[in-house]
Ligand binder design. Structure first.
Ligand code: HEM
Ligand code: HEM
Length: 473
């Protein structure tokens, strides 16, 4: 045996390639996926409470709080980026096994990856709660924890790659695309563990994580997951959802890479980025048309589904709505340099960020988490109604939050950037909109708690040995 293989074997443990399904009908890769998905669901539940307190702090300035607003905001942003990421890794584990019909390369690597990403994330939240931060928005935790996340991604990328190449005949477009997405997550995060003394370079690579994680790498895993979901539920024929997948992916990568330019407008980059950023932002709209087409194909056949699939589907359809309107259409409008000049960094950005990060990505990860964790059980009528209520509260809460941020943001832009009024005076004028946003946040948190509970219940009922668990789907 080669030396490199022996070293790899030391870390990866026993190979489980071609492993047989467990009594629950799941393979080991899917058992591990459940840990990632449950963690994502629980972190999401916590985020609702943290965020609501933050929104209250903005309108009630003397609200007693153990953590100052700026650190609370950093924890909120850490949660916003990391739970959809952790959930995505779970979805890749789950649907990779489903697509390839054989188990993952190494269970030990997957376990290492899970614990590394969990401990690093908790480290980020813990250190921020202790008021240790670095001021790099979205990456505010101690640098060592991002090294941990990078390492965990490297382990995941290796594991997924080995799983994919262990039987090349089994590779499907959806499985390939999801794995490329994970590699891109790693590549875009890596420069962020290096310290750049030049602030322009530092801001630039930060957007490789903020922008290229969300608009490129996670869009690839999203496309793979949606295709796989429609295939495994039998709602669409493989050829219908996979026909355009490679084209969609190519367009996503090219347009997102250069579209990053819309973040370079005012951070010290040469002026030609105004043109590049805008032009490629227009192209960014194209791949989302393919995503809509794929969903249309999935819904067209009208295959009758159970309550479990229905609930997951409504979460996925919610995601699609915000994908089109909140992320891509609104993203395009604010990418126009003359518009961005005025609205940059206002509540309009916050409105877009909530519609895109939660609306487009969060809903999708929650839909996938619920679907995968509830495998082997069917919600009763009461749980189903609770689930529907959760989806409604999340949608209405998000719309109220984003609507008030957009209205407040428009006024803020006009008073602050057009009329040149004082910042604090403007904050007083937009206060009613922030109160309305807090009300939306309350409704959202209700949905957040209800869905978090449904996800936890689904996980509990389908644990091996649980009385409610069915042997297989
Ligand atoms: C799922 C997809 C998307 C996600 C998750 C997302 C997320 C975000 C987030 C979190 C921010 C705030 C960044 C910050 O505070 O610095 C942001 C800003 C921005 N996004 Fe998006 N976005 C998405 C899609 C798009 C698209 C497709 C476009 C353009 C076509 C776009 C254009 C912009 C622009 C121009 C800004 C900067 C606003 C400003 O200058 O204040 N976004 N986005
Ligand atoms: C109860 C629900 C929520 C409330 C009340 C809330 C509140 C807030 C507040 C107060 C801020 C600080 C800046 C601002 O005033 O806009 C913020 C920023 C942000 N939140 Fe939330 N949030 C909620 C849920 C979420 C969720 C679920 C996500 C994503 C998973 C998210 C992602 C973000 C992002 C990306 C920013 C930064 C926006 C920017 O760069 O301007 N939020 N949120």
């Amino acid at each position: 045996m080669k030396l490199s293989q022996s070293v790899l074997g030391l870390f990866t443990g026993r190979r489980v390639r071609g492993g047989r399904a467990l009594a629950s009908g799941r393979m080991m890769g899917q058992v591990i996926a459940r840990r990632f998905l449950l963690t994502a669901g629980m972190l999401f539940a916590v985020q609702g409470i943290v965020a609501l307190l933050g929104a209250a702090d903005l309108v009630i300035p003397d609200l007693p709080s153990p953590i100052p607003f700026e650190f609370g905001r950093s924890i909120h942003l850490g949660l916003a980026t990391l739970w959809p990421f952790i959930g995505t890794l779970g979805l890749v584990y789950y649907f990779l096994v489903e697509e390839l019909e054989h188990d993952i390369f190494s269970v030990r690597l997957a376990n290492w990856q899970f614990w590394l990403v969990l401990l690093s994330s908790l480290g980020i939240y813990g250190s921020l709660a202790l008021r240790i931060g670095n001021g790099r928005e979205y990456l505010e935790g101690m640098p060592v924890f991002y090294v941990g996340i990078c390492l965990s991604l490297a382990l995941g990328a290796l594991n997924f790659y080995k799983t994919l190449t262990s039987d090349r005949n089994a590779v499907t477009p959806a499985s390939g695309v999801m794995v490329i997405g994970v590699f891109l997550l790693l590549i875009m995060l890596m420069p962020n563990i290096i310290h750049f003394s030049n602030p322009v370079a530092d801001e630039g690579v930060k957007f490789w994580m903020v922008h290229l994680w969300e608009e490129m790498a996670l869009e690839l895993t999203t496309a793979g997951f949606v295709a796989s979901f429609f295939k495994t539920t039998g709602m669409a024929r493989p050829q219908d959802v996979e026909k355009w997948l490679y084209l969609e992916v190519t367009l996503t990568v090219v347009s997102a890479l250069f579209g990053t330019g819309h973040h370079y407008f005012w951070i010290g980059y040469p002026a030609y980025w105004l043109v590049i950023g805008f032009v490629f932002s227009v192209f960014q709209l194209v791949p989302v048309v393919f995503l809509v087409h794929m969903t249309y194909k999935g819904l067209k056949r009208r295959v009758s589904t159970g309550r479990r699939e229905k609930l997951a589907l409504w979460l996925i359809l919610s995601s699609l709505l915000y994908h089109v309107l909140g992320a891509y259409l609104m993203g395009f409008i604010i990418s126009v340099p003359w518009v961005n000049l005025y609205m940059h960094g206002t509540f309009l950005t916050s409105g877009h960020a909530h519609l895109a990060v939660f609306g487009a990505l969060g809903f999708l990860v929650l839909g996938g988490s619920y679907y995968c964790l509830s495998r082997g059980s069917e919600p009763d009528e009461r749980s189903f109604r609770m689930g529907v209520l959760a989806v409604l509260a999340l949608n209405l809460g998000l719309l109220l939050m984003a609507g008030s941020l957009l209205a407040g943001g428009l006024l803020q832009t006009y008073f602050w950037r057009v009329l040149g009024m004082d910042f604090m005076q403007v904050m007083q004028l937009v206060r009613p909109y922030l109160v309305l946003r807090m009300a939306g946040g309350g409704l959202f948190t209700l949905g957040d708690m209800l869905l978090g509970w449904q996800i936890f219940k689904a996980w509990k009922q389908t644990r091996p040995g649980s009385a409610c668990a069915h042997p297989a789907d």
